[in-house]
Write a protein that binds this ligand. Structure first.
Ligand SMILES: Cc1cc2nc3c(=O)[nH]c(=O)nc-3n(C[C@H](O)[C@H](O)[C@H](O)COP(=O)(O)OP(=O)(O)OC[C@H]3O[C@@H](n4cnc5c(N)ncnc54)[C@H](O)[C@@H]3O)c2cc1C
Length: 637
């Protein structure tokens, strides 16, 4: 090289910057950009290779993913191009993935030779950490830069749906083969929008063949400067099982939500946080009068014996709810009591499962504790080891719904039952008993089991299950935390413990009945025989009834609504999803958690963001409303 080395940090990236500012990775023995002219190379390979000037003029919302963010040169060159064509209402999302991030100083040294680049803007908010997901917003031109500092295989587990252009800028395949694997090409195809393009400086045959196999058309172009060839191309065909690949062009930030329970309230709230105007239609005369009416709801995540996607989903939901509750005085408003929750084993064998959970879980989330500790924490005598969730507790679900729906730019229209939907001229029109009520490009169905009356959802085999909670007057023993044992009991609130809840599959009366109270009391008695004081008469106890909604696999349906026509034998080129139509239903007995996260996931999908940054594609697939149809289809193949 002939340039002397003046810096060598951070350790991980093993980058050296020469006196002339040319960065090189010692780890991979390769340069970050061309010795001839890095900026011109970027413009030639990535900007022209993806025809960005043309695309920026034509498309309102554009998403680029760069594999190998390096010095940020490609991003800054792209930003300059975007600025030329930027108009109000347009949005650029740029996701840069990098395993060995450079430091701010190294970037500054590498890029300061090009004063026309906005490197100061990048460095102002450039992360100091070397692992994680970071967002930098450039509001002036509506640009969102997301930096994923992680191994490429982990990074591609994030939901990067609807990518319009790919920059493949890892070190050369011979020097860093991990950046050019079949897995990566497959993921690229999955995440591509229907007109996605890619460009790369290399013309290596394994890259060409890999991309072709994954579903891209690939062609060789003359390379930059002295390089003979490079590759460009576009998506040819996409795997059908990818849920969110509808490149939905939104022309208005206005959405309709049907149902003002926790699922609908959360979707409205998360969209509102992103600047959307939302109208919520509710059949009843107030918010959260149906399943979400539990004033003493418990935060009880589903935890499997292994840390699988189900455990992960509920863990994320739990953390998300706690995060929301930290705002202002919200925990006070919702009367959140972080009293902890204990799960008692229902059978001796269950302790083995608890031990497995203890092994794989974070202590701050859930841990196994002895019967002595459990007795001390709860204030009542417990004879078995228990799982303990120290940050769990009870809260008023209706108060949370009301808070979420009380935001500016959210309108709630009660006493309005939506009975019919029609899709015309790219908009969803909603009707109530024959009258057109409203229309929007984006519609979210959050009306629980009644969704079936509006849409063909047979594949999910939606099931209703009645539940009755019993209000038990405060007993002599002072219970300090929630106990779960198949049923559950909460610490006393306003003089009553809430005993929950029955599961009735065959009868759906909304009136309370004494038989259900007997069941709740009997279940408690089995686990805490000394808890209930003498003289309690089940017939006199009050309570509350709600109807839960379950899918075939007991997991919620969250995301774009599938188009059953696509899965029929004669689908005539129909789309796999119904454009602009989202579902958040089937939250079963854990809606305080899944309903809340569901709203956030949908809002981030609608806004075409990487969902919440922490939710992996596998987790999104788990709750994809099309999963049952996809499984059926796979069986037939
Ligand atoms: C007894 C009981 C206790 C529970 N306890 C807990 C708990 O402690 N913790 C927990 O996490 N979960 C609990 N759950 C479960 C949780 O309450 C549900 O999962 C959650 O409330 C579901 O919310 P949702 O918004 O999907 O449904 P809902 O709250 O039922 O909301 C749907 C809304 O849509 C409206 N609607 C229906 N059809 C139409 C239409 N055509 N047009 C307009 N509006 C319409 C309904 O009136 C309703 O308000 C409990 C459930 C029950 C039944």
């Amino acid at each position: 090289m002939g340039d002397s080395v003046i810096s060598c940090m951070p350790i991980d990236s093993k980058v050296i910057i020469s006196n002339s500012g040319l960065p090189e990775s010692k780890l991979f023995g390769d340069l970050y950009f061309s010795r001839e002219d890095g900026l011109e190379e970027t413009k030639y390979v990535f900007l022209s290779g993806n025809r960005l000037e043309k695309m920026f003029q034509e498309q309102k919302i554009f998403k680029i993913v760069e594999l190998g963010f390096g010095t940020g040169l490609n991003f800054l060159a792209t930003l300059n191009c975007w600025k030329q064509y930027y108009r109000v209402g347009k949005k650029l999302s740029y996701i840069g993935i990098e395993r060995f991030p450079l430091s701010s100083e190294q970037i500054f040294q590498a890029l300061s030779r090009w004063p026309e680049l906005e490197h100061k803007l990048l460095l102002k908010n450039y992360p100091t950490k070397h692992r994680g997901v970071f967002e930098i917003k450039m509001l002036e031109w509506t640009v969102e830069l997301t930096l994923i500092f992680d191994d490429i295989n982990n990074a591609l587990k994030h939901n990067l749906n609807s990518v319009d252009a790919w920059f493949l800028d890892g070190f050369a395949p011979s020097k860093n083969p991990d950046m050019w694997s079949e897995f990566i090409f497959k993921k690229m195809a999955e995440y591509s929008s229907e007109s996605a393009t890619f460009a790369t400086f290399t013309a290596a045959s394994m890259v060409r063949k890999g991309l072709e196999k994954a579903g891209f058309n690939v062609s060789k172009h003359k390379g930059f400067g002295r390089k003979r060839d490079m590759l460009v191309g576009n998506i040819r065909s996409k795997p059908i099982n990818y849920p969110n690949h509808l490149s939905n062009i939104i022309t208005e930030k206005k959405a309709i939500v049907i149902g003002a329970g926790i699922a609908g309230a959360s979707a409205a709230y998360s969209l509102n946080k992103r600047g959307w105007e939302v109208t919520v239609y509710e059949k009843e005369n107030d918010i959260a009068l149906r399943a979400s009416g539990n004033d003493c709801g418990i935060l009880y995540p589903r935890i499997e014996a292994i840390w699988n996607n189900i455990t992960e989903f509920y863990y994320q939901a739990f953390e998300h709810l706690l995060y929301i509750l930290k705002q202002d005085t919200l925990s006070e408003i919702c009367r959140f009591n972080q009293c902890g929750l204990l799960i008692l084993p229902q059978k001796e064998e269950e302790i083995v499962r608890f031990k497995k959970i203890d092994l794989h879980s974070k202590e701050s989330y859930v841990k196994l504790i002895s019967s002595l500790e459990a007795s001390e924490i709860s204030g009542v005598e417990i004879n078995n080891p228990c799982l303990y969730l120290p940050r769990s507790g009870i809260l008023s679900i209706p108060k949370l719904c009301k808070f979420m729906l009380s935001q500016e730019r959210i309108q709630v229209k009660t006493n309005t039952e939506i009975t019919e939907l029609k899709f015309e001229n790219n908009r969803w029109h909603i009707f109530s008993h024959g009258s057109l009520i409203d229309s929007a490009e984006t519609l979210i169905i959050a009306n629980s089991y009644a969704a079936e009356t509006l849409l063909p959802l047979q594949s999910a085999q939606i099931q209703k299950i009645r539940g009755q909670v019993t209000y038990l007057p405060e007993m002599k023993s002072e219970l300090k935390s929630v106990l779960c044992y198949g049923g559950y009991i909460t610490p006393s609130r306003n003089g009553y413990h809430h005993l929950g809840a029955t599961f009735d599959k065959h009868f759906f009366s909304l009136e309370t009945n004494p038989e259900s109270s007997y069941k709740n009391l009997a279940q408690l008695n089995k686990f805490l025989p000394d808890f209930i004081d003498q003289g309690i008469n089940a017939e006199e106890l009050k309570g509350r009834v709600g109807i839960r909604c379950y899918s075939k696999d007991k997991l919620p349906l969250i995301g774009l609504c599938p188009n059953p026509g696509f899965y029929s034998t004669n689908n005539n080129g129909q789309h796999p999803y119904l454009k602009g139509l989202y579902l958040s239903i089937c939250h079963g007995s854990r809606g305080a958690l899944s309903g809340i996260l569901g709203g956030e996931i949908i809002a981030s999908q609608i806004n075409q963001e990487p969902a919440n940054h922490t939710i992996t594609q596998e987790t999104i697939d788990l709750i994809n409303p099309a999963r049952f149809l996809l499984r059926e289809q796979r069986k037939l193949l």
